[in-house]
Write a protein that binds this ligand. Sequence first.
Ligand code: PGA
Length: 274
Amino acid sequence: MKPLIVANWKMNPISRKQAEHLFESIRKEICGIQNIEVILCPPFIYLDFISKKTSKDIKLGGQNIFWDRQGPYTGEISPQMLKDIGCDYVILGHSERRKNFKETDEIINKKIKAVLKSRLKIILCVGEESRNSFNKDGRWTGEVDLVLREQVLRCLEDIDESQMANIIIAYEPVWAISTTENSCVAVPDDALSASLLIRKTMHQKYNEKIARSLRILYGGSVDSKNVIDFMKEDGIDGVLVGGAGINSSEFTRLVKAVSGQYLSAEQKTVISRF
Ligand code: PGA
């Protein structure tokens, strides 16, 4: 499987002109890079024109959806609408939606079930809010493990094994997201232990095959300088970026860093001949 880089543009940029510029600068720089999968998730309102200009090297995703196909839901967008406009992915359960729009694991579970009927793939975000898992004696309390496990199990309630091929899990500790007040940087070990815990949970809920094949991303202050450290970890299959994804030069540096790292030995030899 190719490593995955997902850029969540959140509510940025502020105008269509800026969105066009951001997209064009990214596309120009990364077109032709085929050893990684790049997914851009702009605000809904920019998806239409971006989907007309995108190439097969860049896939598109939405940042949220409602849980029904169509009907009296003012202001909402359905999974079928996203698919129709050219999206292949949707982010669900981002901590900003959990916090600002009171999205619970139950709501996210409803959304997951709706998305699975639409042939979109899901990037499900989970992550604890605080890093305080050590008591005052410096002993691990296991709190993070509990929170993560519960989030994963509740969000995936009644989702069966065959549907898991359409779900990617992004571990995003809220305390490490760049816009969180007093955020602190996570280390690759944090990502690795979370990924092990998620895989263990998948093993218990499903089986070893699902636990191994599940794609797990890390997100939280990832940039072009630290991306390789996170991606080097065995259980991490890609990254979900916020801030770095809305700065075209930083994002293209990040994509190229990962792409360079993952060139096969054979490709490297060919390139070094030029
Ligand atoms: P960040 O955001 O990369 O700016 O920390 C990550 C996210 O919120 O998905």
